[in-house]
Design a protein around this ligand. Structure first.
Ligand code: NIG
Ligand code: FE
Length: 415
């Protein structure tokens, strides 16, 4: 038997041995709610055994039998293992940056003012259109590398910075080529060549949806003043649903406009943001099957109030956490940092934060049977943290605590 350095090519079989801790949530056919989100299975002195990219066994070292034949070994002494993290909301397909806008905001300009002045999302649209299909593939791969280094092994990514036929379709293809899960955010903003949102939607639904439906798994819309209203969102989402796409909504980010009842009525998979959601919305979400995806890095980055996470979890809503990685409102690819924000700003426990960006996030992208847990039959995606207690995941604020990332049984190279 040999001991591998992180980054070596995968072997048929992989044994991660002598882990200080291994932690995972229970699986279920539905997202975890209420106290379920706090219940973890914790194993000390643990191992994980994978074969052909899948987990075949986990448990205590004392129960590990002899393993004849070739096995690639990773030394887990002093480390803790968590499931590979699942980022269920990321805008990873964009070109250019908005660092100038960031600096203006730092000296007082608001996000909405910059958006209204033609900056914001539309400035990224110009850069993304100019990048071309090859350039977009490079961008998604670069962003995927950043996410993986922070422990993300499964990511959703949205189009929405093309807003023309060619660039939207190229975005969805670039995301799929990088093994991301593509969402068509065809209703992100109204591009400059259209006078109003309805005229743009006429175009998007007639000219882009037929092909986007074959490339994406879900559709998403930004319901907000200056973007799309509830009637426009309904029209867009109904057409997308009829074309076979699952539905998601950016709702209640700045204003409560009725996105929550719309998400529930249409049976959306998730509603994301919810910083402005009040008590009625919380109760409605708790009684529904729609997952509430919270994005605290975005609220922090924009200096906004945080979403009502505690009320949502306590009321029994299915809560997930994600980065919202994008160049304007959350230039943050790190789910460990999001977990820290969940514990320090959202009053969630480390267990709740972990469950929200593993099992529940996996439900949002319809992969809960395959990823998000360390258990036999799941993909061998795991993160080894350089800490003997897995709760350092949230405790180490902005720390570089990811020692090794394993995806499909292969240790990934750090670059
Ligand atoms: O989720 N809210 C709309 N879309 C993104 C921000 C996009 C941008 O500013 O470029 C979000 O926060
Ligand atoms: Fe977003």
């Amino acid at each position: 038997m040999t001991t591998a350095e992180p980054g070596e090519p995968s072997a048929e079989r992989l044994l991660v041995r002598d882990l200080a801790q291994l932690v995972t949530h229970r699986g279920s056919a539905a997202p975890l709610r209420g106290s379920e989100l706090r219940e973890v299975e914790l194993v000390e002195n643990a191992f994980v055994l994978a074969e052909g990219g899948m987990i075949v066994a986990t448990g205590r070292m004392a129960d590990l039998g002899a393993l004849p034949g070739d096995v690639l070994e990773l030394d887990g002494r002093g480390l803790s293992a968590i499931p590979g993290l699942v980022d269920c909301h990321a805008h990873a397909c964009f070109a250019g940056d908005r660092v100038g806008e960031f600096a203006l905001r730092a000296s007082g300009a608001s996000y909405e003012e910059l958006h209204a002045a033609g900056g914001g999302i539309l400035s990224t649209v110009a850069a993304t259109r100019a990048a071309g299909p090859r350039g977009l593939c490079d961008q998604v791969l670069k962003h995927r590398g950043w996410m993986q280094r922070a422990g993300t092994t499964t990511f959703e990514a949205k189009s929405g910075y093309g807003l023309d036929r060619e660039t939207e379709l190229a975005s969805l293809r670039a995301i799929a080529a990088a093994e991301g899960i593509p969402t068509w955010l065809g209703a992100h903003a109204v591009p400059p060549e259209f006078d109003d949102a309805d005229a743009y939607l006429d175009f998007a639904l007639a000219e882009v949806l037929p092909e986007a439906a074959g490339l994406a798994e879900a559709a998403d819309v930004f319901v907000e003043r200056g973007a799309f209203d509830v009637a426009q969102a309904r029209r867009y989402l109904e057409a997308c649903r009829d074309a076979g796409l699952a539905l998601r909504i950016h709702g209640d980010q700045f204003t409560e406009l009725g996105a929550v009842p719309l998400a529930i009525e249409l049976g959306a998979r998730s509603i994301d943001h919810l910083e402005a959601t009040g008590a009625e919305g919380v109760a409605a979400l708790a009684a529904s099957g729609v997952v509430s995806v919270l994005l605290p890095a975005s609220a922090l980055f924009l200096g906004r109030r945080m979403p009502p996470a505690r009320s949502l979890v306590d009321a029994g809503a299915a809560v997930a956490l994600a980065t919202d990685f994008n160049p304007g409102s959350a230039f943050c690819e790190s789910l460990p940092l999001v977990c820290s924000l969940a514990c320090t700003q959202l009053r969630m426990s480390p267990e709740e934060a972990l469950g929200a960006c593993t099992v529940n996030a996996a439900h949002v992208v319809d992969r809960a049977e395959r990823v998000g847990r360390l258990a036999p039959g799941y993909q061998a995606d795991l993160v080894l943290l350089d800490a003997p207690d897995w709760r350092h995941l949230a405790y180490h604020l902005g720390g570089d605590l990811v020692a090794t990332v394993v995806r499909k049984g292969a240790p990934l190279r750090r670059h």
